[in-house]
Design a binder for this molecule. Sequence first.
Ligand code: SF4
Length: 363
Amino acid sequence: MMATHPFLAGGPARQQDKDIVNVEAAQKPKLTVRLCEPRGFCAGVDRAIQIVVLALKKYGAPVYVRHEIVHNKYVVEGLRNMGAVFVKELDNIPDDGQPVVFSAHGVPKSVPAEAERREMLYLDATCPLVSKVHKQAMRHVRLGRHVLLVGHRGHPEVIGTMGQLPEGTVHLIETEEDVAAFEPVDADALGFVTQTTLSVDDTAGILAALGAKFPNLQAPSSESICYATTNRQDAVKAAAAGTDLFLIVGAPNSSNSRRLVEVAERAGAARALLVQGRAEVPIDDVSGGQTLGMSAGASAPEILTDDILNALRERFDVTLELVQTAVEDENFPVMRAIRDVPLTQDDMAFVNGQARLAPQRVA
Ligand code: SF4
């Protein structure tokens, strides 16, 4: 479905100003931008950022955050400016009574256990959909199954999921070659889960290989790849064919953003690039008459996408086409301990800009 994006709506009120804009537009080369919807923040990322913001309002600075709260430097910098202190491990936090927030990717069980041992006040911002995968993996183990976790080695979510399970009960599968190489003790006692942010198509290939090799492999009770990952990949697939360049706003360590680049290339974009902001857009490579695709990973703030669109409009007469493949209304509430703190649009303006309301909790 294509429609004009509200970004272009409005404009100068006076006829004189309209004429100036029209003359400028006539002089600029034309560019079509296909903007994907859904794009950008998912409910889990939004909730994690809200948790840090609300904790700062309730407890004051510093609020410690173990690892990047979400994989985006702009978000991390914004929160740091408000008083968040990012640490690698709990060992790096003094016993000063200030809270610590765990990131949206989830943590091994040993982390909250250590926080409790030290009587720390902790707020676990693990996305509820990651927690669901933890529960599915633990259920496999309870039923006597060895767990095959399909995911990327070293990703915090994978470390967190593996860290839910007893030693020796989980095996990481990254590729179809890993499937071929894996020899279980009991091929009839296997269950799988996946990382939430994988490529839907690649994962289907790996799961088909697993199913062919281990016919009694047990699936989790519901899909592990989350709605936000699937929706963003579907929108990019719908927009990519015929684009000269496809920009994905996101960070190099963001799994779901990197998958969107791969999806765009496979679905027909001549070239796809991951960009963290306007400075990384190869604007000199863009020519009039071209068609650009744009989306943003689940941890990329809308304010960065808006800024890139503004950069393109400075140089081109941009026609914006919205490629919408789903409507998202998911909203994950923050934990009870900070629910009494009001969240305002201004609190979230550093990521959302002023043009967009954050979902439902904004007063
Ligand atoms: S990408 Fe999915 S699993 Fe990850 S934080 Fe967002 S909603 Fe949760």
